[in-house]
Design a protein around this ligand. Structure first.
Ligand SMILES: [Zn+2]
Ligand SMILES: [Zn+2]
Length: 327
C-alpha cells in the first residue's frame, strides 16, 4: 500500500521483489503497526517526502532470505524493523552514541520502503530480534509507539507524578511501564473523549481528564504524544517548578506564544528524536520482562486507508495494526 503523491490515499501497488543486498534481510511481513508519523508523512508534514514510498515502521516479519554478509539472523527468524533504518557510523553523533541524531540517517517507511507490504527489505544491523511465540499484531506497536515512547519516558527523568497528553498507542504502553515502576500517571485526552479516559484509568492512570482541564496536582513531568503545539504551554502550566515537558512526536502544530512565567522556575521543554539501536534492545527486553501487552485493533493490509482514518479521528483504543496473511 504505497503513497504515490502527498495527500493521496494509499494505493495497492505491485513492485518487483528485490534481492537483499549484502547487509540486508528480505522479510515476509506478518504485521505492521500504524503510527501517527504515517499520517504526517501522508499529509506532507515531514521534510523531503519522495513518492512513491511504502509507509510503515513497526514491522514484524519472518526472514526469508539474507545477504552474504549477514550473520546475525537466520532464515526463519522473526525480526522487528523499526523507524531507524540506517546511520552513517562516522559522524560526530554516531561516534558519540547518538545515532538517532545522525544527519544522514535513513528511516523505514519514510526515506526507504516500509512495512505496509507483503515483503520488506531491511538492513540486518538495524533489525531487532523478536520472540516467535507472541502474536505478531501485539508485538508491532512496541517497535515505535513503545520504543520511542520509552525514550521519551526516560527523558522525563525520575518523575513521581507523570502526565501523559494524548492517550493513544504510545501512552497506553508507557502508562503500563510507569505503573510498574511505581509512578503515578495522569492522563489527558481530547475534551469529551470519555472512552479514552476510561481506557487510561483501566491501564492504571489514577486520574484521566480533558487536556484543557487543570491537573488535580502539580506534575513532576509530562510527555506530549498528541501533535498539538498548544499542549506545550498547557503542560508547562501543569508542572511544578523544575518540571520537564517532553515532546515525543516528529511533528507538532505551531506552539502558541505563552508568558515566560510558565517556563520560569527551571521548567524545561525537550523533544525526542528517533531511536538508537540500544534503545530498541533495552525496551524490548523490558517489554518481555514486564509481559507488556498492546491493545490493538486489527485491519487487513488492503484496509490501510481505513486504519489511518480511524487513527486520525481519535476513535482507536490502543494501536491500529495491519495484518498480512501468509502468502
Ligand atoms: Zn552518522
Ligand atoms: Zn512511529
Amino acid at each position: 500500500m504505497r503513497l504515490l503523491a502527498p495527500g493521496a490515499p494509499l494505493t495497492p501497488s505491485e513492485v518487483a521483489l528485490p534481492a537483499p543486498g549484502p547487509q540486508e534481510l528480505l522479510i515476509r511481513v506478518e504485521a505492521c503497526g500504524v503510527c501517527r508519523t504515517d499520517l504526517h508523512l501522508i499529509d506532507n508534514e515531514l521534510p523531503d517526502v519522495h513518492c512513491p514510498i511504502t509507509p510503515g515502521h513497526e514491522v514484524v516479519g519472518i526472514v526469508t532470505a539474507r545477504g552474504a554478509l549477514v550473520t546475525r539472523f537466520a532464515v526463519g527468524d522473526r525480526v522487528g524493523v523499526p523507524w531507524l533504518a540506517w546511520t552513517c557510523g562516522v559522524c560526530e553523533f554516531c561516534r558519540a552514541g547518538q545515532e538517532n541524531l545522525c544527519p544522514r540517517a535513513r528511516f523505514t517507511g519514510y526515506t526507504r520502503d516500509g512495512g505496509y507490504a507483503e515483503e520488506v527489505l531491511a538492513d540486518a544491523r538495524y533489525c531487532l530480534p523478536l520472540p516467535g511465540n507472541a502474536p505478531a499484531a501485539t508485538l508491532a506497536p512496541l517497535l515505535c509507539a513503545g520504543l520511542i515512547g520509552y525514550r521519551a519516558y526516560r527523558k522525563a527523568g525520575e518523575a513521581r507524578t507523570l502526565g501523559l497528553y494524548g492517550f493513544g498507542a504510545a501512552a497506553h504502553l508507557i502508562a503500563q511501564v510507569a505503573r510498574h515502576e511505581g509512578r503515578r500517571v495522569f492522563a489527558f485526552t481530547r475534551a469529551g473523549d470519555e472512552e479514552g479516559q476510561r481506557f487510561a484509568r483501566a491501564l492504571g492512570a489514577e486520574w484521566a481528564g480533558p487536556s484543557d482541564e487543570p491537573a488535580p496536582e502539580a506534575l513532576d513531568a509530562a510527555i506530549l504524544f498528541a501533535p498539538v503545539g498548544a499542549l506545550i504551554p498547557a503542560a508547562l502550566g501543569a508542572c511544578r517548578p523544575g518540571g520537564r515537558v517532553v515532546c515525543a512526536g516528529i511533528h507538532m502544530s505551531d506552539v502558541p506564544a505563552f508568558p515566560y512565567r510558565l517556563l520560569w522556575g527551571e521548567r524545561s521543554v525537550a523533544s525526542v528524536a528517533n531511536l538508537t539501536r540500544a534503545d530498541g534492545e533495552e525496551f524490548l527486553g523490558l517489554a518481555a520482562r514486564l509481559g507488556l501487552t498492546a491493545s490493538v485493533e486489527r485491519f487487513a493490509l488492503a484496509d490501510a486507508n481505513r486504519a489511518l482514518e480511524r487513527l486520525r479521528s481519535g476513535a482507536l483504543e490502543g494501536a491500529a495494526v495491519l495484518e498480512v496473511p501468509r502468502h
